[in-house]
Design a protein around this ligand. Structure first.
Ligand code: PBG
Length: 325
């Protein structure tokens, strides 16, 4: 059947028809809000390259998380800016670390929200790499024990989910073993399984103060050109025990999200990263595009590609916009 019998425009004539026909609708249930926390109290320091996002201290974080929970967003993910950085990233696994303190504070306030802890060393090491550096290179196997210690320390503080983002080989298995040995069999792992070496992480590195002091991350994060390799990474993480796998960034990798959905049918997250946030914000601030329209469109696109959940700095705005209809 073709024109003139079939007229696709018939079903687009008004908003009620369009609502009935809509195939993909991102909902508040799909959202995870990333937050940055540093030591101190009363801190609310705007991140220059991410307008509208802040470094918070544990007390202001608790207030923020309470508002996020009130908006019915199911989860936050925490990134820490330590008081002190060293070669072995010791605050990442100190029970007094800023993220550990923050998790306890959110839990003590009995806020009904999942607290996910990002597990990585880059924010905690003085060289800014995601692992332990030996002879100028990030040593995979030595790094595993530190990541496992960090995940365990977050679980002890009360983290509901741990999320290794370092891209070391074997880290999901190392984290799973460490959690299980200490009785945290119920704490899921969300692994950054297909994490690409992306220019879009730039603003995050300002926010988390985690830029590498030498070299770059291309010896552990993935080459942006590779999607077969992304499937191998995801398969490995699932085999090692990842409960949720992630593709990151989101927009330049919608094809990878779609492939992962079809090949694995495993719970799948996508991270709409700092650079994706910054570029839309900058354009919107210049009056070059409409922020709400652009964000809702890209969020629908990430969902349509196959993500079950989306980590996004717009989580609170999206929740508000969804309510407005
Ligand atoms: C660190 C980490 C990064 C992000 C999340 N965890 C950045 C990096 O690898 O430098 C990026 C998040 C974003 O850009 O929003 N392991």
């Amino acid at each position: 059947m073709g024109f003139p019998e079939y007229r696709p425009r018939r079903l687009r004539r008004n908003e009620n028809l369009r609502r009935l026909l809509r195939e993909t609708t991102p909902g508040v249930d799909d959202l995870i809000m990333p937050l940055f926390v540093r030591h101190g109290s009363g801190v609310r320091k705007e991140i220059e390259s991410m307008p509208g996002q802040y470094q918070l201290s544990p007390d202001t974080l608790v207030e923020k998380v309470a508002r996020i929970a009130q908006a019915r967003i199911p989860a936050v993910i925490l990134f820490g800016i330590p008081g002190h950085k060293d070669a072995e990233g010791s605050e990442a696994y100190s029970d007094d670390g800023v993220v550990q303190q923050s998790i306890r504070a959110v839990k003590e306030a009995k806020i009904d929200v999942l607290v996910i802890a990002d597990v990585c060393l880059c924010g905690y090491t003085e060289h800014g790499h995601c692992g332990i550096v030996v002879d100028g290179e990030v040593d995979n196997d030595r790094t595993l024990e530190y990541l496992a210690k960090s995940a365990l320390s977050f679980a002890r503080a009360g983290a509901d989910v741990v999320a290794p983002s370092d891209m070391m080989d074997g880290r999901v298995q190392a984290v799973r073993e460490a959690l299980d040995e200490s009785g945290f069999t119920g704490v899921p792992i969300m692994s950054y399984a297909a994490k690409f070496a992306s220019a879009f992480y730039g603003p995050f590195r300002d926010a988390a103060e985690s830029s590498p002091k030498f070299g770059d991350r291309r010896s552990y994060q993935m080459d942006p050109s590779n999607s077969d390799e992304a499937m191998r990474e995801i398969a490995l993480d699932i085999a090692e025990g990842a409960d949720i796998v992630m593709v990151k960034p989101a927009l330049p990798y919608l094809d990878v999200i779609r492939r992962a959905r079809e090949e694995f049918r495993h719970p799948l997250a996508a991270y709409c990263v700092s650079g994706e946030y910054a570029m839309i914000k900058a354009a919107a601030r210049n009056g070059w595009l409409d922020e709400k329209g652009a964000v809702m469109e890209m969020t629908a696109g990430i969902k349509r590609a196959g993500a079950d959940m989306i980590l996004t700095y717009w989580a609170e705005d999206i929740a508000k916009w969804l309510k407005q209809g």
